[in-house]
Design a protein around this ligand. Structure first.
Ligand code: KIV
Ligand code: ZN
Length: 519
């Protein structure tokens, strides 16, 4: 009988603590739905007490999930635990995850509490959480730099108080695999079957995944991880790596099973990078753009003769279709397009499908081959439900004799066309200036990224911008997709502008400021 390793995903909480990994409520709900589809056992949906935005996101996520357990983080204090309980109220399965630091350095300098006071707070918090929900997890923050004797004492006490999962974080990513193995073994021998032992590794020394695996070998039965390894500083253990190691090296881990549908890994990774604007590095294991690319002639030759000569994982296993090269063409009809959308995991209403289909047809006129990744981008644009107050109509960019760039742009608002032009120091500068002149709102460009969605000269350009519209308020993300990079730039900037307009009230309210500090 195989043992289940529970997958606890914290992309929406620890992952969102990554600099720039902003997600609004609608995006968080979308990601949570995808994480449930992926088969995640526990979704840490946020930290309810940290901001009204986090609270609201957890509440919305709790309403829509039916299989995964929804969890909120809470410091070891009543007000946090109450917020966690209230936010998860509507969930079918829910958990409160409370924590307090246990290392000498954290207790002395951060908490300014004695070890006895820390134990008391932990016990009181778990007892209180237990009056509100059945499923309570307790974490010893900075456990891996804590005294093992003290860990045993506090863990015993919280088990008595009702904690059913005990999490051991390597908060600062300091430990090496053999050290994690020893710690988890000792704690597992001590705890036995009184509670489930969990591991939560950070990647400061690049060892988060290796450390998590050592923990499994030594008794941990829950892994805390994030999609694409997103997270504080160097990030957390990458879910996709852990799951694919367990699957690929089944010869070593054949006693264990996870509930993850690996075919959803690629879509989930793409969704996280689309929402946050943070792409995994190209050579990132499992989900990097080059993870399955074979460049050298010898490798290509081997692959053609027998894939397994150079491939230990089939891309099919993570949801990349091998026959995804040419999928649909100029003559494909609406029904085939709709079928393809469903097979790529998009659930869209008729209106959204029609919009996407029109964009697909327009793309067919300018691009020879349409790939699955092109379709994912087109369909992905329809999933964002931000009202399109402004939309790009026409754009023309030219270089003047002075060496300056000039953009002439027309934009549609409420069916009316508005046009203007501006000079700038480069193409992007003059495009943004023209849009600012039309909208009457000046944005400050904080980040600009452009990449080709697929290969080839006619590849779609995807532009992601981060724009600050109110001084000292967090920047908003906009995405733009077009064969033409300048049009994609204008669309991305207009996207961020539309996002700003839909959140303007929130941004200027006091609550909104707090929310946006987290977003
Ligand atoms: O890294 C950490 O210690 C954490 C805890 C709050 C679980 O994220
Ligand atoms: Zn963490």
């Amino acid at each position: 009988m195989k043992e289940i390793i529970k997958i606890f995903d914290t992309t929406l909480r620890d992952g969102e603590q990554s600099p720039g990994a902003s997600m609004n409520i609608e995006e968080k709900v979308r990601l949570a739905v995808q994480l449930e589809k992926l088969g995640v056992d526990i979704i840490e949906a946020g930290f309810a007490a940290s901001s009204p935005g986090d609270f609201e996101a957890i509440r919305e996520i709790s309403k829509v999930l039916s299989k995964s357990c929804v969890c909120s983080l809470a410091r070891a204090m009543e007000k946090d635990i109450e917020a966690a309980a209230n936010a998860t109220q509507g969930a079918k399965f829910r958990r409160i995850h409370t924590f307090i630091a246990t290392s000498p350095i954290h207790m002395k300098y951060k908490l300014k509490l004695s070890p006895n006071d820390v134990v008391k707070k932990a016990v009181d918090s778990v007892k209180y959480a237990k009056t509100l929900v059945d499923d309570v997890e307790f974490s010893c923050e900075d456990a891996c730099r804590s005294d093992i004797g003290f860990l045993k004492e506090i863990l015993s006490s919280v088990i008595e108080a009702g904690a059913t999962t005990l999490n051991i974080p390597d908060t600062v990513g300091y430990r090496l695999p053999n050290e994690i193995a020893n710690t988890i073994k000792e704690l597992h021998d001590f705890i036995g079957n009184r509670a489930i032992l969990s591991i939560h590794c950070h990647n400061d020394l690049g060892l988060a995944v290796a450390n998590s695996l050592e923990a499994i070998k030594n008794g941990a039965r829950q892994i805390e991880c994030t999609i694409n390894g997103l997270g504080e500083r160097a990030g957390n253990s990458a879910l996709e790596e852990i799951v694919m190691i367990l699957k690929t090296r089944n010869d070593l881990f054949n006693n264990f099973e996870v509930n993850i549908n690996t075919k959803e890994i690629y879509s989930t990774s793409k969704l996280v990078s689309d929402i946050t604007g943070i792409r995994p590095q190209p050579n990132k294991a499992i989900v990097g753009k080059n993870a399955f690319a074979h460049e050298s002639g010898i490798h290509q030759d081997g692959m053609l003769k027998h894939r397994e000569t150079y491939e230990i994982i089939s891309p099919i296993d993570i949801g990349i279709e091998l026959d995804s090269t040419l999928v649909l063409g100029k003559h494909s009809g609406r029904a085939a397009f709709k079928d393809k959308a469903v097979s790529l995991g998009f659930v869209l209403n008729d209106n959204e499908i029609n919009n996407a289909f029109d964009k697909f047809k327009a793309l067919c006129d300018s691009k020879k081959e349409i790939f699955d990744d092109d379709l994912r981008e087109i369909l992905g644009e329809e999933v964002t439900h931000i009202p399109q107050v402004f939309s790009l109509d026409v754009i023309q960019v030219s270089i003047c004799s002075s060496g300056k760039f000039c953009a002439a742009i027309s934009i549609i608002k409420d069916g009316v066309e508005y046009s203007d032009s501006a000079l700038g120091n480069g193409a992007v500068d003059c495009i943004l200036k023209s849009i600012d002149r039309i909208s009457g709102i000046k944005g400050l460009l904080k980040d600009y990224k452009v990449e080709a969605v697929t290969s080839g000269r006619d590849a779609l350009a995807k532009v992601v911008v981060k724009v600050e519209f109110e001084p000292n308020k967090p920047a908003l993300i906009g995405h733009g997709l077009d064969i033409d990079t300048m049009s994609a730039t204008a669309k991305a900037y207009i996207g961020a502008l539309n996002s700003y307009l839909s959140m303007k009230d929130l941004i200027t309210s006091k609550e909104g400021t707090m929310l946006l500090e987290r977003i």
